[in-house]
Every structure is written in structure tokens, then in C-alpha cells.
Design a protein around this ligand. Structure first.
Ligand code: C2E
Ligand code: CA
Ligand code: CA
Length: 475
């Protein structure tokens, strides 16, 4: 195949071999495992076939996900330690041009050559796949040293982006790469790939042939924002949202105090996109009002699944509160679904206080006037002006998860939490600790007088089985 398209195997091999040697040395080949396709039990041949990309013989996206799941099961990613698993995706630019100018067959041949290059580069250090079109991805365990990553990434980009000779023509290849760290033992391939894609988009802003590592702030990059905005419009049209619920519990009695609704976006091709990645964009482009109203309607539709004595919390963005029609819309939705307002708690993050305090106070009063309660969310993240806070009419302070994490290891965590508990008492409001994950945290919070809690220790957000319950209800 290589000879057929005019690439001499020897040249490919020599250059690649030297980079592999470099990569292997840098990544600590002594600990390398065999991740070649086909090294698995032959009884799984059928699954393996499905896991392969027929054009290049590399793994498919599904194959990569399965392989990575096995790898991290055997060798769990650590958040500390000397090594880390990285997922790297490469995008070959100008493929459309190659197809247009030279025809799809040559385009396919180029894809195969790139596949061989990547495969040889990575060797047996990790699984290699073609995700779609001209996007490739592989995972390698790297030392936790950025110099190593820089050296390897530059070598990979230089190698992959060498021109490909086809018959008498030479095709220029450009390659951009994105890197993300695999931190969880549960492989969510779409999420990881989205992170590398975001990193690539940022790398591209600096010109072709660059690479970048994903960091969460990238969710705000212009390019990604635009993509989210366009996709959100379709998501609203196609009703691609869902709500999950997380319980709020009294740790001393185990009694459920309420449930918080949390929004999920089920993107048709990208999988679940978490709210942290799109709420800010929805706020900026104004779509938050439509999405927020959808959430309120959905909560009202779901309310009959829950005990009528527990509250259901709805997250409302400060931007929604800016909308003068917000409270009227809330009232009209509650009326349409015949939901008692006291069943609904509106959660608003404490940075609502950055806005015009008079306006915020009036809106709070109108919401309370309707009969809904209000919780101040993410308390402790730093924006609160206590005098303004004390003028507002609300019922609950939700202590942010980061507050807990920040103080849990310190000897003075108890007194600090106690201070906040006392503040809540002085304001005559409830206090709930968010993101409670461990027994130690539960004990520390109880000792400090905060018994209302929410977090993985009590239950992860769950999906309602709407079909099953409605069948039961119908029976
Ligand atoms: P939030 O309101 O502070 O919600 C709590 C977040 O913490 C949720 O993330 C939840 O899944 C997560 N969480 C709960 N317990 C634990 C724990 O023990 N450990 C850890 N590590 N995390 C925990 P999620 O669902 O990804 O939501 C993120 C943020 O997105 C929410 O933070 C909220 O600000 C926003 N959001 C979610 N749904 C909506 C919505 O319907 N409307 C608006 N405007 N914002 C929403
Ligand atoms: Ca919340
Ligand atoms: Ca929060």
C-alpha cells in the first residue's frame, strides 16, 4: 500500500522508528504494556471487528473507549504520582482540499499513511484510533513533566505532518493536536475527545501545526462558544435536554429534605454535555431564558414523582432574574401544572449580588411573595457582601463544595464552618453543605452544627425512570 501511493516504506520506517525510540525512552518504555489490536482473547474477535476502523485498521472510537476502559481498570489513573495517562487527538488539516484536488481515493490513501505514522510513533505504548474523518486519537502514559510532553508533542507533529508523496504529486499535511489528562476510572470517550478538540481549537488560534493541553477555561474560547451557541438553538428545538435529581438529606435523621434538579444536555453526537460547559454561553447569548423556562416546566411535570412534602430546587441563573418577566413566567408555569409554589425552591448563586442590589431584592421579594423559597447557591466562593446578603429575603445558604474542600484538611476547619453556621443562624436561614463526599466531612459538619447535606456521600444525581413510574401510576 505504501509503495502503491509512492511513499517508500524504508523512509517512513526510519524516521518513525527514531521518534518511537525517543517517545519510548521519554515515556519510560520499561513499563510499557502491549496494547496492539488483536492481543486480546480470540473469542472476542467479533467485538474486535466492530472496534476497528475499516479504512485504516486502527481502532474505532468505540474500540478506543473499550480499550481505554480496560487499561485504566488494570492501571488506574492517579491524580498524583510520577506518571499520568494522556489522551491526544490529532486533526489533519486540508483533507477536504486533498479530496477535492486529488480525489477521494487519494484522500483515503493519505488517511492510511497518517494512520501508519501515528501507529508507528506510538508503538506499543498505548491504543491508537481513527475517530472520524481526519481525526486520530491515542493514549500514552507520560511522566508528569511538561518538558517530556513538549518534546514528544513537537516530535509527533513534525513527524505526522511530513508531506505525503502520491504518484508524482506531493501533498502537504498539517496537523494540530490537543491533549487531555485521563483522570477518571470511568472512561467517557466523548467528553475526553471534546476536551482534546477544545484544546485543538485553541492551538489552531496560534496557527496550524500547534498543539495545546486542555484546561477548563477553554470552555470559554470564542470558537467553542460559537459552536455551543449554534448547537443550543437546535437542542432547544429538538428538546435534547433532560433533568437529573440529587437528594438533600438531614444527616442526623437520614430524612430527605428535598431534591435539586440538575440540567443535562444530551447532544445527538457528542453525548452528555455538562451544564458547566454551556450555561455561561447560554447566559451570554440570551438562550438561558428559554432553557430556564424549560427546566421549570420539566420540574413541574416531574413533581408528582416526589413526596409532596419535600421541596424541589431549581437552579436559576442571575441572568434569568434580570429578565423582568421571570416571576410572571414562573407563576404562570406553576399555575398551568397546578404545582403549589411552596414545593419549589429557587437556587440562585451568590454572585447575583454583583448585580443591582435593589433589583435583586425586589425580584427576591416577588418570588417569596409567590410562595417559593430561595436558596443562595455556591456560598463561600467569594462574592458576597454580607450587608447586602442580610437585606435579602431567602431561606437557605448552600455552602459551596470548594469551601469544604479548601478547609477540610486544616485543623481550623471546624471553627470556620461553625462561623458560617452561626452566620446562617444570625440570618435565621438554613445551611446546607454541598459536595459532601466522605465520612470525615459528614462528622466535621455535624460537629460544626450543619446537618443538612448534599453530595455523593448521600447519592449521586439520578435519572427518573419516567416510563416505569408512569406505567406503575397507570396500573
Ligand atoms: P450547583 O448548583 O452547585 O450543582 C451542584 C453540582 O455539584 C452538580 O454538578 C452536581 O452533580 C455536583 N455534585 C453534587 N454532589 C457532588 C459531590 O459530592 N462531589 C462532586 N465532586 N460534585 C458533586 P452539575 O450537575 O454538573 O452542575 C454544575 C452546575 O451547573 C450547577 O452547580 C449549577 O450551577 C449549574 N446548573 C445545573 N443545572 C442548572 C439549571 O437547570 N439551570 C442553571 N441556570 N444552572 C444549572
Ligand atoms: Ca445549585
Ligand atoms: Ca453550588
Amino acid at each position: 500500500m505504501l509503495n502503491q501511493i509512492g511513499v517508500t516504506g524504508a523512509v517512513e520506517m526510519n524516521v518513525a522508528t527514531s521518534v518511537v525510540a525517543g517517545l519510548a525512552a521519554l515515556a519510560g518504555a520499561g513499563s510499557a504494556h502491549a496494547y496492539f489490536i488483536g492481543s486480546d482473547d480470540t473469542s472476542k474477535i467479533y467485538e474486535e471487528v466492530l472496534d476497528l476502523d475499516p479504512l485504516t485498521g486502527l481502532l474505532s472510537k468505540e474500540g478506543l473507549e473499550r480499550k481505554l476502559a480496560k487499561i485504566v481498570q488494570a492501571d488506574p489513573p492517579e491524580t498524583s504520582g510520577f506518571e499520568r495517562w494522556l489522551l491526544i487527538s490529532l486533526e489533519i488539516d486540508a483533507l477536504r482540499d486533498i479530496n477535492e484536488i486529488h480525489g477521494a481515493e487519494i484522500g483515503d490513501s493519505v488517511l492510511r499513511v497518517i494512520a501508519q505514522r501515528v501507529r508507528r510513533l506510538v508503538g506499543d505504548l498505548g491504543p491508537v484510533s481513527r475517530i472520524a474523518g481526519s481525526e486520530y486519537a491515542f493514549a500514552v502514559k507520560f511522566k508528569r513533566d511538561d518538558r517530556e510532553l513538549h518534546a514528544v508533542m513537537n516530535a509527533i507533529i513534525d513527524e505526522v505532518a511530513r508531506p505525503v508523496s502520491i504518484d508524482s504529486a506531493t501533498v502537504a499535511v498539517f496537523c494540530t493536536a490537543g491533549v487531555t489528562q485521563i483522570v477518571s476510572q470511568t472512561i467517557e470517550i466523548n467528553k475526553l475527545l471534546r476536551q482534546t478538540k477544545l484544546a485543538r481549537a485553541n492551538a489552531k488560534a496560534g496557527g496550524l501545526g500547534n498543539w495545546a493541553t486542555y484546561h477548563p477555561e477553554m470552555t470559554q474560547s470564542d470558537r467553542y462558544r460559537k459552536w455551543i451557541e449554534t448547537e443550543l438553538v437546535q437542542a432547544i428545538r429538538d428538546n435534547d435536554f433532560d433533568l437529573v435529581y440529587q437528594s438533600q438529606v438531614y444527616s442526623d435523621t437520614g430524612k430527605i429534605a428535598g431534591y435539586e434538579s440538575l440540567l443535562r444536555w444530551k447532544h445527538p453526537t457528542k453525548g452528555i454535555i455538562p451544564p458547566i460547559e454551556f450555561i455561561a454561553v447560554a447566559e451570554q447569548c440570551g438562550l438561558i431564558n428559554q432553557i430556564g423556562n424549560w427546566v421549570i416546566r420539566r420540574v413541574c411535570e416531574d413533581a408528582h414523582f416526589f413526596d409532596p412534602d419535600v421541596k424541589i430546587a431549581v437552579n436559576v441563573s442571575p441572568k434569568q432574574l434580570d429578565n423582568p418577566e421571570f416571576v410572571d413566567t414562573l407563576a404562570s408555569i406553576l399555575k398551568t401544572y397546578d404545582i403549589k409554589p411552596k414545593r419549589i425552591e429557587i437556587e440562585i448563586t451568590e454572585n447575583v449580588l454583583i448585580g443591582d442590589p435593589n433589583r435583586v431584592r425586589k425580584q427576591f421579594e416577588r418570588i417569596r411573595g409567590l410562595g417559593c423559597s430561595i436558596a443562595i447557591d455556591d456560598f463561600g466562593t467569594g462574592y458576597s457582601n454580607l450587608s447586602t446578603l442580610s437585606e435579602l429575603s431567602f431561606c437557605k445558604l448552600k455552602l459551596d463544595r470548594s469551601f469544604l474542600a479548601r478547609y477540610e484538611d486544616r485543623n481550623n476547619s471546624g471553627p470556620l464552618i461553625s462561623t458560617v453556621v452561626n452566620l446562617a443562624r444570625a440570618l435565621d436561614v438554613q445551611i446546607l453543605a454541598e459536595g459532601v463526599e466522605t465520612k470525615d466531612q459528614i462528622a466535621m459538619l455535624n460537629a460544626a452544627g450543619c446537618t443538612l447535606m448534599q453530595g455523593f456521600a448521600f447519592g449521586k444525581p439520578f435519572t427518573l425512570n419516567r416510563d416505569e413510574v408512569s406505567e406503575e401510576a397507570a396500573a
